[in-house]
Design a protein around this ligand. Structure first.
Ligand SMILES: NC(=O)c1ccc[n+]([C@@H]2O[C@H](COP(=O)([O-])OP(=O)(O)OC[C@H]3O[C@@H](n4cnc5c(N)ncnc54)[C@H](OP(=O)(O)O)[C@@H]3O)[C@@H](O)[C@H]2O)c1
Length: 327
């Protein structure tokens, strides 16, 4: 295929480009070129999607397939207007954050309600409007495309430091603060598995809307498998949601957070999406052990900060928990 990736200089976009190159496709990545390099074998066309005529450098080209990773409705609308009629197949990478209900477990694409999209005047997503902006992007793309609503994307080159917190923390060993209960669900997808599936779906001209995420697994399985895979000697200290909230521990990501922790039941639906349709449509997921080992091998040499608790914050919380338990 002649494949165009709108993006391709960062994490998922670059993984898609790398996978497509490895599969023998002729890959063009179109971006400003400031987030990073494109993979070996891919061509970079420099564009600025925020400019009205920003797609002009692609004006004379046609593609068998186009993949767009943007989160900004203005960028997506301009790409659809300028390029969709010149592409044999269109993929839009969306997100599970399009869903309005994070509380109900086991939801499926066909029935899960969506957030109200941002209005047509909105050009850019912000952190606060991210999910609503992605709904607007999806609507601009239309239904004759492959819409991949990605779950938490993890693995080497993850710029967010979220999943990476865990293998990096486990590698230090000792008493590890584990949030919630051992049975709390976690759900994610290795960037390389998602990339492979997106390329495969473009090859097959798949159309439709899918949640691109692996099956949920208990948090204890995540932590014990990661620890075993990297040879870490850890004792998990499970601390309940109420105590963590009382100590001002934040959810998901950011300062003083426990990455991948979402208190229940408020977020019981966020990491229990039904992943069966994606698997039936060809998404394969590698072993968690491989993801953990590869992430830990990649991270020390990368200039990517971790998010989450510092070692001092975690130690202080563990002391507070032990004192709380003995009182
Ligand atoms: N990470 C997760 O856990 C997660 C979860 C669910 C969904 N997603 C979705 O997955 C996608 C991730 O994409 P990604 O990993 O490839 O990272 P990204 O940060 O979304 O990549 C954005 C790409 O667009 C390019 N770009 C940004 N502004 C541009 C402009 N004005 N003109 C031209 N190009 C521009 C960037 O390259 P330059 O800076 O070089 O221009 C980069 O290649 C996103 O859509 C995100 O919403 C992510």
């Amino acid at each position: 295929m002649r494949l165009l990736i709108l993006g391709g200089t960062r994490f998922l976009g670059r993984a898609i480009a790398a996978r497509a190159c490895a599969a023998g496709h002729a890959v063009t990545c179109a971006a400003r070129g400031i987030s990073g390099p494109v993979p070996a074998g891919a061509r970079l066309v420099k564009i600025d999607r925020d400019a009205a005529d920003g797609l002009a450098p692609l004006a004379r080209e046609t593609f068998d397939a186009i993949v767009d990773v943007s989160r900004h409705p203005g960028q997506v609308r301009r790409a659809i207007a300028a390029l969709k009629h010149r592409a044999g197949h269109w993929t839009f990478v969306s997100t599970l954050s399009v869903y309005a209900d994070n509380r109900t477990p086991d939801q499926r694409v066909e029935t899960a309600p969506l957030r109200i999209p941002v209005g047509p005047e909105v050009e850019h997503a912000t952190d606060a409007t991210y999910g609503q902006a992605k709904v607007a992007c999806e609507q601009a793309v239309g239904t004759d495309a492959f819409i991949c609503r990605a779950g938490l994307i993890v693995g080497p080159e993850d710029p967010t430091g979220r999943f990476t917190y865990w293998p990096a923390r486990l590698a230090r060993g000792g008493e590890v603060l584990a949030p919630g209960t051992p049975d709390d669900p976690v759900q994610f997808v290795d960037v390389r598995d998602l990339a492979q599936w997106i390329v495969r779906c473009a090859e097959m001209r798949r159309v439709g809307c899918y949640d691109g995420v692996g099956p949920p697994l208990p948090r204890a399985e995540l932590l014990t498998k990661c620890a075993r895979a990297i040879g870490a000697d850890c004792t998990f200290i499970w601390i309940d949601d109420a105590f963590l909230k009382s100590q001002d521990v934040r959810r998901w990501a950011g300062p003083r957070s426990l990455p991948l922790w979402l208190p229940l039941p408020e977020f019981a639906g966020f990491m229990t999406r039904d992943s069966a349709p994606a698997r039936e449509a060809g998404l394969t997921v590698r072993g968690l052990e491989e993801t953990a080992r590869d992430t830990l091998a990649w991270h020390p040499g990368a200039n990517v900060p971790l998010t989450g608790l510092t070692a001092d914050e975690e130690a202080a919380l563990l002391r507070a928990w032990h004192a709380h338990r003995t009182n």
